[in-house]
Ligand binder design. Structure first.
Ligand SMILES: [Zn+2]
Length: 258
């Protein structure tokens, strides 16, 4: 697969911290010319402006703003969501996220996580912007919190980590599913089965860089330049040609994030 393939979810500031300036120059070279995009999501209530400063001028980067469910963020939800609201209203913010529920790390209580996530679901609906959702070991509560929103705005389940049944349920609700490098891992048979049933117009691919490096890079920090191995795996799973898949994911990502 060539470099410069659309990546619907990469944390570029973490990528540059982990991999340095050479990697960023590599991204410029790979993405500068073609029409592929990189979507850079937010994780903290006040990280949008520094990322806009840094990446806002890159024609291939799209920025989102959201609050990840860490322990700190559950403490004063109202104030943080108010700050986030200002970021989301910025014309260069294309989506709300990432935000969601994480019952693996389990910061705060389920109720606190739902309050922080629910506030951001509302923010996305109110601003008519797509929602980028993180969901780990929390399938049922995630689905119930996004169900109403998913008929009004695009809802992307990022780094999809469930099986075929959960994929069907999210798809039936109208969600988009984005698959990351863990689809190449040996034990990810359920993920591969899920990926095989996603309709063309609901499929996205991502690195979640600097995490989730596709095999054989598992465990090392990743960048969008590693996404070719995920495209190759998904191309095989879905029986679709690499060129077709690349064009499809770029078209889907552009339709959602401009
Ligand atoms: Zn992420």
């Amino acid at each position: 697969m060539p470099d410069g393939l659309t990546d619907s979810h990469a944390h570029l500031s973490y990528v540059s911290e982990r991999l340095g300036g050479a990697c960023m120059a590599g991204l410029e070279a790979a993405y500068g010319a073609g029409g592929a995009l990189i979507v850079d999501p937010g994780v903290d209530f006040d990280d949008f402006l520094p990322r806009r400063e840094r990446f806002g001028a890159c024609p291939f980067v799209r920025l989102a703003a959201g609050i990840w469910p860490d322990a700190e963020s559950m403490k004063d939800v109202e104030r943080r969501v108010a700050v986030l609201d200002t970021a989301v209203s910025d014309p260069s913010c294309v989506a709300v996220g990432e935000c969601g529920l994480d019952y693996h790390w389990m910061n705060g209580t389920e109720v606190e996580q739902a309050a922080l996530f629910g506030a951001q679901v509302e923010l996305a609906v109110h601003n008519r912007k797509p929602l980028i959702v993180h969901s780990r070991l929390a399938f049922a509560p995630t689905l119930s919190l996004v169900r109403t929103a998913a008929v009004k705005i695009p809802v992307v389940i990022h780094c999809f980590g469930y099986g075929e049944d959960e994929a069907r349920a999210f798809l039936a609700a109208g969600c988009y599913l984005s698959f990351a490098g863990n689809i190449t891992y040996r034990k990810s048979a359920g993920l591969r089965a899920a990926c095989a049933i996603v309709p063309d117009d609901r499929l996205l691919l991502e690195t979640d860089a600097p995490y989730m490096n596709p095999e054989p890079g598992r465990g090392k920090p990743s960048s969008p330049l590693d996404i070719g191995r995920t495209y190759a795996a998904v191309s095989e799973i879905r029986g679709s040609g690499p060129g077709h898949l690349a064009a499809l994911v770029t078209a889907n990502t552009r339709a959602l994030f401009g």
